[in-house]
Design a protein around this ligand. Structure first.
Ligand code: CO
Length: 297
């Protein structure tokens, strides 16, 4: 990996960490979910980066992919709140997440995913097997009496690619594939008080471009042009409705029907367990040194 690429990953990671920390401070009872989401996204642009995906909040039994629409009226209450922030510089992504317990009842749950992440990072080195990393995550969470979420995993990062190989499991998959030089990936343990399996729940407000095909309707064409400016990274419906108003919905429906975009449904624990999350992005440089790109210094 060339020096310039490494520097961009580091820069994106640092901004992602700053923004996550900023977001943490905004998660307070009675604050508006939508306002907080927009403040965090604004911060990303202020720091001269772009979102790698919409700022995502997952409350209580939700684990991922929830993002408010522009008419969302929710306020934070006695909830367990996961915040996931990804930013990119020229497509090089830093992805990180944390959990805030507003309920006062789940501090151990939050601690378990945080510790699982710390323990997993300790065993990351060139030659470490992916299944072994998963085992460490599993053990750290089970120690607290919770379940790791088994069908969510850490993931490789590439330029303008938010999810690629390798998949870093949250339990021992016995995967013997190994960490190597030049790899960039996120580790993200999720801990659940319930089943530790997530499934689709509710309707998508986050989408991604999957096929480039021509469209005829002028409205849809306009919407698609905007979507193409996200360069294959996930985007929020809200970004489009803010720009185009209600006609964005018309465009999105046509693009979904034509299989040009796909939606990510929110994911929730199947037994309504409460879920916490922690995440860092890591880069293994050419010398095999492990760099946590999303670490605040
Ligand atoms: Co991630």
């Amino acid at each position: 990996m060339d020096k310039e690429t490494i520097e961009k990953y580091k820069k994106a990671g640092k901004i992602a960490a700053q923004v996550l920390d900023y977001g943490r401070g905004l998660i307070k009872k009675d604050s508006s979910l939508l306002e907080v989401t927009e403040k965090i996204e604004k911060k990303i642009f202020e720091l001269n980066a772009k979102p790698a995906f919409p700022v995502q909040f997952s409350m209580d039994h939700l684990a991922a992919h929830f993002c408010p629409e522009d008419d969302d009226k929710q306020i934070f209450s006695n909830q367990v709140v996961c915040l996931d922030v990804g930013v990119h510089i020229d497509g090089y992504i830093g992805d990180n997440a944390l959990t805030v317990d507003l309920s006062g009842k789940y501090s151990d749950l939050v601690k378990s995913s945080r510790e699982a992440l710390d323990e997993a990072i300790k065993v990351v080195k060139v030659g470490a097997a992916l299944g072994e990393i998963g085992k460490v995550i599993h053990n750290a969470i089970v120690k607290y009496g919770y379940s790791p979420v088994r069908n969510l995993s850490g993931h490789g990062l590439d330029q303008f690619v938010q999810h690629t190989k390798p998949s870093i499991p949250n339990f021992d998959t016995h995967d013997t594939s190994k960490i190597g030089q030049g790899m960039v990936f996120a580790i993200e343990p999720f801990a659940s008080t319930g089943a530790g399996i997530v499934q689709d729940s509710g309707t998508a407000s986050v989408y991604v471009l999957i096929n480039k095909k021509p469209v005829r309707s002028p409205i849809t064409r306009e919407v698609l042009k905007e979507i193409e400016s996200y360069e294959g990274l996930p985007f929020a419906k809200r970004w489009l409705t803010k720009k185009f108003g209600a006609k964005a919905n018309f465009g999105l429906i046509e693009l979904l029907q034509k299989n040009i975009i796909k939606g990510y449904n929110p994911l929730a624990d199947t037994s309504k367990g409460i879920v916490s999350q922690a995440e860092h992005s890591l880069l293994i440089d050419n010398d095999g040194e492990v760099i946590i790109t999303t670490k605040l210094d």
